[in-house]
Design a protein around this ligand. Structure first.
Ligand SMILES: Nc1ncnc2c1ncn2[C@@H]1O[C@H](COP(=O)(O)OP(=O)(O)OP(=O)(O)O)[C@@H](O)[C@H]1O
Ligand SMILES: [Mg+2]
Length: 406
């Protein structure tokens, strides 16, 4: 239930509302920066003002719902429900459906890039981190005072400008907290407010989640790159979601929705597992009606060896099952064949070729096993600060360009 307003006289409404309307209302209100109780009140006012018949909403299985309304509004809703010969639950559902129809989501504020693979050690953290850095760093013309050396160089600079300079949120969604550690952040201790609180216990959250998103050091990021550190409580996220009352697949989206307007991209470093927490990340990556294809989806690091192919198969099964269950589409934006070392011979080269031959999803890059990545991790320094001109940093810029929204 939304919290009672400060000042003004309001009365409590306790009724029922279908889960999808409750969910849509919460997300849309958060996206538009409107208090839920004001959205419901506005919907009821619009509903009261309608004269013609309104489409029936399927209210079977509606779940309890509460909010606060201006004094007398619920009474007026009930009176008109009686006049129109509809149940109070139907009247409220129609009012909320009307509000949603009249308040479409703003142009999609942030694309969501979920870097995932339940196989451990394939480079999810390395790629989330450096992809986010590539998107956030200063555009090249702001980095270098030397004029473009050639037309090719000028074209590359222009292409890079188109993807750099973005406001990026990097989310450490892995309880292991490697990403947080590598960028010099401490994981949030158990019991303290974190992303997990905002996913599972919103009523206990005291701060805006945006306040927990800390700037990543590095002049080249110009304060545009922020990160939500890992939390020890995330170890219990799957079991917390089992008990969660509400649409658990949307728990991550509900927590992050209020932040979307502050960022151009949200990059999520996933844990090496396939559970309910991962389902909520996959669901968050789904294509939204208001965004262009290719905006949001999965970036999948793999290795050039056989077990990686099996792991990929499992991830895709899980993704397809989720997409079927919720009638959504989850785009695989591309694979990154990571830690490639041709000295490993036939297994490595033939596996790489198989990944490339897949065609869909495309291989965004074949990244070699490079020392700068490991050194940057050891130094707890972002790769783009530690070795901005390294081959790896350039490959990450190339991946960011390939992920450019068409
Ligand atoms: N291209 C690369 N070259 C060299 N080292 C790399 C490269 N990519 C990743 N690594 C290193 O390999 C190790 C595993 O990478 P990383 O932690 O990114 O994998 P992960 O998939 O996130 O692992 P986990 O499943 O445990 O979360 C790290 O030490 C990382 O620095
Ligand atoms: Mg990791």
């Amino acid at each position: 239930m939304s919290s009672p307003p400060q000042g003004g006289t309001r009365e409590k409404l306790v009724s029922k509302l279908p889960a999808d309307l409750q969910y849509g209302l919460k997300i849309r209100a958060a996206q538009l920066g409107v208090a839920m109780q004001d959205a419901v009140a506005a919907g009821i006012e619009t509903w009261l003002g309608r004269s013609g018949p309104l489409p029936q909403v399927d209210t079977a299985g509606a779940e309890s719902f509460g909010t606060y309304l201006p004094d007398g509004l619920y009474g007026r809703l009930k009176d008109v429900c009686r006049e129109r010969d509809v149940s109070y639950i139907q009247g409220l559902a129609q009012a909320v459906a009307l509000w949603l129809a009249e308040h479409p989501a703003a142009a999609c504020p942030a694309r969501r890039l979920v870097v995932c693979n339940q196989k451990g050690g394939v480079g999810k953290t390395a790629i989330s981190s450096s992809l986010a850095q590539a998107l956030a760093e200063d555009p090249p013309q702001n980095r270098s005072r030397t004029p473009a050396r050639s037309r090719v160089h000028a074209a590359a600079t222009a292409a890079a400008s188109a993807v750099a300079g973005q406001r990026v949120l990097l989310v450490d969604f892995d309880p292991q907290g490697h990403l947080s550690h590598q960028l010099g952040f401490k994981a949030i201790p158990a019991g303290e407010e974190s992303l997990i609180t905002h996913m599972l216990h919103r009523d206990q959250a005291r701060r805006d989640l945006l306040e927990l998103a800390l700037p990543v050091d590095g002049r080249r990021f110009g304060g545009r790159l922020r990160m939500l550190p890992a939390a020890f409580d995330a170890f219990l996220l799957d079991s917390g979601l089992t008990m969660f009352r509400g649409p658990r697949h949307a728990a991550l989206e509900r927590a992050l929705a209020p932040l979307e307007e502050h960022f151009d991209a949200i990059v999520i470093d996933s844990p090496p597992s396939l559970g309910l927490a991962m389902d909520s990340a996959l669901y968050y990556a789904r294509h939204r009606e208001e965004e262009k294809p290719g905006s949001s989806g999965l970036v999948i690091p793999v290795e050039a060896e056989d077990t990686s192919a099996q792991a990929y198969g499992m991830l895709i099964q899980q993704t397809e099952a989720l997409a079927r269950d919720f009638d959504i589409s989850i785009e695989q934006l591309g694979l990154v064949v990571n830690k490639f070392d041709p000295r490993r011979g036939f297994i490595a080269t033939s596996s790489r070729d198989k990944w490339i031959a897949l065609g869909t999803p495309p291989v965004l890059s074949v990244v070699h096993d490079l020392k700068e990545q490991r050194e940057a991790v050891r130094m707890q320094t972002p790769l783009f600060v530690y070795a901005p001109e390294s081959e790896q940093a350039h490959q990450m810029r190339a991946i960011a360009r390939k992920l450019r929204i068409p």
